[in-house]
Design a protein around this ligand. Sequence first.
Ligand code: GSH
Length: 195
Amino acid sequence: MLTLYHAPKSRSSSIVWLLEELGQSYQMRVVDIRRADGSGSRDAHNPHPHGKVPALDHDGQHVFETAAIALYLTDLFPEKGLAPKVGDPDRGEYLSWLAYRPGVIEPSLMMRRLNVTHVPGAMGWAPAEEVEAFLNQTLETREYLLGNRFSAADIITGGAIYYLTMFKVMHETPVLKAYTDRITARPAFKRAMES
Ligand SMILES: N[C@@H](CCC(=O)N[C@@H](CS)C(=O)NCC(=O)O)C(=O)O
């Protein structure tokens, strides 16, 4: 049994989208979380070590961190074709894109939003302008992050591009707009947004 600990309009929506793409049955436990506006509070029913979402329970195995949950689920259901398998030439790039969201996109764009100066050499991620340039350059010639194949990287990292451009933290360009329109046109995305 898969149980997703979820809070509406949060990072766990990416995992709802992924589960909908995978077509798996799962249980959703909606939990309260602390929100940036000061509302909400840590929920005692949430097994996440920091009271955050998403968290996943799979027959007693606990997984947390969005990228780790995505990798866990796509490895669990390889036949669904949402990720290159071990040995596939796209596997390395897939893993890189999964890690790129929490490791590079989120910290660099959050620094921009909070007006924090990037210190070259001191931070483990590139400045926001460089990240944007890299994403635009990549997606200029590709339909999806892995080329012409949709994968969970588009849900996790593409989903972040969608939210960050929507909230105007990342600059929208025709390339990024065409890409986010493409991935959010999927029926599974629309189902996930209803949860
Ligand atoms: N690095 C985590 C971040 C998770 C996270 O911060 N989730 C937010 C919701 S979007 C949350 O639960 N916030 C509540 C809190 O910080 O206590 C991941 O990628 O899963």
